[in-house]
Design a protein around this ligand. Structure first.
Ligand code: PMP
Length: 416
């Protein structure tokens, strides 16, 4: 089947990198119309952490549809929503001693970020929000204004009063620390940096090129927020829901964000679902202050509930991700040492791993060569210079090894 590019806007994205028509997908594999199978190292940009068409979620959804369960998109009190909230509290929040109010801000991650920025500014009655170089928080004007990659701003020149970029963890290299520098500027009124309402960050920058924040640095940023009376917003839209191992990516750092955004794999089945988690004392929304037609996708509640019950009542998934993560990084580093001409760096946590090829063309050619050999992986980073290795968390070990074999051959082919 011909891909109908003439009808789709020039802004179309993944169809350029993966120029095939896909018809089916199961677990960690996708199939094209002509029956060719592709290994998935992409996971729907992090929206399919449990793979494609999980049987338990599918059955729960089919049963719900069959029973004429409510399909309303507004945030009415439905049985599915009550059950999702109760399950989220029971499986995710209680075992972690977390207390948050859950807001349904709209269908996508960007909506969750937008709500987070608005409520933080409302709580602190200040405009300024600090964000980090190479951060990605979404495509609406507010979320875009705190997105640190100029190329993602879409030529729209987006600015928001007070949105202030700051170098990310490790940006200055050894010996200098942005958290210390920020502390200095905020403590000294002559620095000109007005007091912000909040800091927003990803613990691992996904679209920014798999830049991994140090746990100590995250702790320092949290302490900075406490010291200078700012809210800490952690955007866990891509790094969360097990992508780095634990359900929330910030768990090993032992920090307690004031606001957390979660979306992508929350529904578990690729359906749109987003939440903004707000510490109860900051939930000062007036009723109706953040509206939207699609703030309660009942089908997504059903699959999300099934995913939480299936994967997060024990630590099996987290453990297997952490175990295999070490193996992936070991193999990737082995590939780099075997090809000294290839100046690249492997970074990541869990199944959120990147190979920084330094040059965009190289990353692009390697990813294209992988796709030719039936492995789907995308590129990210300021110049799309990083190959993302993001298999579904449920991928069998043997398939991950097979995908890495394809990647290894692709690297050799491109370097030759
Ligand atoms: N925040 C982060 C960290 C993301 O990775 C993304 C999506 N790539 C978003 C926000 C925006 O989410 P969505 O595309 O669902 O609007």
């Amino acid at each position: 089947m011909e891909i109908i590019n003439r009808l789709e806007s020039e802004v179309r994205g993944y169809v350029r990198s993966f120029p095939k028509v896909f018809t089916h997908a199961k677990a960690n594999k996708m199939t094209t119309e002509d029956g060719a199978e592709y290994l998935d190292f992409f996971s729907g940009a992090g929206a399919l952490n449990y793979g494609h068409n999980d049987e338990v979620m599918k059955k729960a959804l089919l049963d719900y549809i069959e029973s004429d369960g409510v399909t309303h998109g507004l945030d009415m009190a439905t049985d599915a929503k009550q059950q999702f909230l109760a399950t989220f509290e029971d499986v995710i929040m209680k075992p972690r001693n977390m207390e948050y109010k859950i807001q349904f801000p709209g269908p996508t991650g960007t909506n969750a970020v937008e709500a987070a920025l608005k409520i933080a500014r409302k709580v602190k009655k200040r405009d300024r929000v600090l964000f980090f170089t190479n951060a990605y928080h979404g495509m609406t004007l507010g979320a875009l204004a705190v997105t640190g990659n100029a190329s993602k701003r879409g030529g729209a020149g987006v600015n928001m009063p007070g949105a202030t970029p700051i170098p990310y963890s490790g940006y200055f290299g050894e010996g200098r620390d942005t958290a210390d520098d920020l502390d200095m500027m905020l403590s000294n009124s002559s620095s000109g940096l007005e007091k912000p309402a909040a800091i927003i960050l990803e613990t691992v920058q996904g679209e920014g090129g798999i830049n991994v924040a140090d746990f100590d640095w995250l702790k320092k940023i949290e302490a900075l927020c406490r010291k200078h009376d700012m809210l800490l917003i952690v955007d866990d839209i891509q790094a969360g829901v097990g992508r780095t191992g634990p359900f929330f990516s910030f768990e090993p750092a032992g920090i307690s964000p004031d606001i957390i955004t979660v979306s992508k794999s929350l529904s578990g089945y690729g359906l749109p679902l987003a939440i903004t988690m707000i510490k109860p004392e900051y939930d000062i929304w007036a009723p109706g202050e953040h509206n939207g037609t699609f703030r309660g996708n009942n089908h997504a509640f059903i699959t999300a509930m099934a995913a939480l019950n299936e994967y997060w009542r024990d630590d099996k998934l987290e453990k297997s991700v952490l175990r295999m993560s070490d193996r992936i990084q070991e193999r990737l580093n082995g590939i780099l040492s075997a090809n000294p001409a290839f100046k690249a760096e492997v970074r990541g946590r869990g199944f959120f791993i990147g190979i920084d090829c330094e040059q965009a063309e190289l990353a692009d050619e390697i990813a294209a060569e992988c796709f030719k050999n039936h492995l789907i992986c995308e590129t990210a980073g300021p110049d799309d210079n990083v190959i993302k290795v993001m298999p579904p968390l449920i991928s069998p070990d043997a398939d991950i090894e097979a995908g890495l074999d394809i990647l290894e051959t692709a690297i050799k082919t491109v370097l030759d």
